[in-house]
Design a binder for this molecule. Structure first.
Ligand code: TXA
Ligand code: MG
Length: 321
């Protein structure tokens, strides 16, 4: 069983031995291992049950250290790094040979980010290698936003989880790269498109499909609860399920429903705050997935700001692969 605590020296000693540790970030918890040690990286794929064609993000402590791993840093991407690191931004940059093939799945670019969580920043500063860290969930399931989520699913397989409390952002990082002169967003996430456009001008958002080779992790069915997850107008869906005699739970943006038991409904933000909704999203999806009902009914958020990234996750949760 994994130990849970805030002992950075202990986390460090496991990582230095090649073992894996659950780490907090501002986005979601990561399953971390030495990114320069191919055996540790292989252990990450094995522990998550993740296909090896899905590359990993390399986490480091500062912009200055990124030069150790990348051969070029285009000016516009550097501007984004200067503005948003540490933070929920991942950049795709040409890699140096020191980065193992397994980290990038053989691609020419490596994904890099400087996460913003005090425990993990201190840990990264003390380590003399970067950490490869996918979200600390079994492949295809909802990302963890609390140490207990990591413990529940991977606790048997790793020695230690660094507990940094609930994640402040609650959505994975926004993944950004360049194609020619164009800035491209490959995954919507915790950094809003408008914030990026304020720095570098208009960007292109790649339309993801299950066959998109430049971000293989963008499989249609992803971030998915185990229960059937239906998206639509909640009043209509509720009436339908009631008529069919199905037992259901409800995930709403702000509304509470009087006729439905408290334990079978969660409003992500009663005050209509998309940041709060993002913070609560994955924990709420987990909770309803564990509630004994046949189906989860949910609605989309307004398609603005973080609402776009939240809706991306909701749509993927609703696809059954
Ligand atoms: O917020 C986050 O990014 C979290 C925390 C732990 O940092 N990490 C995370 O990692 O979400 P993961 O492995 O669950 O998702 C990483 C995504 C995948 O969709 C993967 O395909 C894409 O990043 N990716 C990684 N390296 C890539 C590369 N070289 N080229 C294209 N896509 C890449
Ligand atoms: Mg993930």
């Amino acid at each position: 069983m994994a130990q849970i605590g805030n002992d950075i020296a202990l986390a460090r000693s496991f990582l230095e031995k090649g073992q894996l540790v659950g780490i907090p970030t501002e986005t979601v918890y990561g399953l971390a291992g030495n990114a320069l040690n191919a055996e540790s990286v292989a252990l990450i794929f094995e522990t998550k049950n993740r296909p090896s064609f899905d590359p990993l993000i390399l986490h480091t402590s500062s912009l200055e250290r990124v030069g150790e791993f990348v051969s070029d840093f285009p000016e516009k991407l550097k501007q984004l790094a200067e503005k948003f690191w540490p933070g929920p931004l991942t950049l795709l940059l040409p890699r140096k040979p020191i980065v193992p093939d397994l980290v990038t799945s053989g691609l020419d670019r490596v994904a890099v980010r400087v996460p913003n969580h005090p425990l993990t920043r201190t840990l990264l500063e003390q380590l003399d290698f970067p950490l490869a860290a996918p979200s600390a969930n079994p492949f295809g399931y909802i990302s963890p936003t609390q140490a207990q989520h990591v413990e529940a699913q991977l606790g048997e397989k790793i020695p230690y989880i660094l507990d940094g409390g609930p994640c402040a952002v609650g959505l994975e990082s926004t993944i950004v790269g360049m194609e020619g002169e164009e800035i491209v967003i490959y995954r919507l996430g915790g950094l809003e498109i408008a914030e990026i456009e304020d720095v570098v001008g208009p960007v292109k958002v790649k339309d993801h499909s299950s066959s998109n080779p430049s971000a293989p992790g963008q499989l249609d069915s992803h971030y998915a609860p185990r229960k059937p997850f239906m998206l639509g107008d909640l009043k209509t869906l509720i009436a339908e399920k009631q008529a069919e005699g199905f037992d259901f739970a409800v995930l709403s943006f702000s509304d509470a429903f009087e006729q439905i038991p408290q334990e079978k409904q969660i409003a992500l933000s009663p005050s209509h705050d998309l940041h709060e909704a993002a913070q609560n999203l994955f924990a709420a999806m987990r909770k309803l997935d564990e509630t004994p009902v046949a189906v989860i009914l949910a609605e989309l958020m307004p398609e603005t700001g973080l609402g776009r990234a939240i809706n991306d996750r909701l749509r993927r949760a609703a696809v059954k692969g």
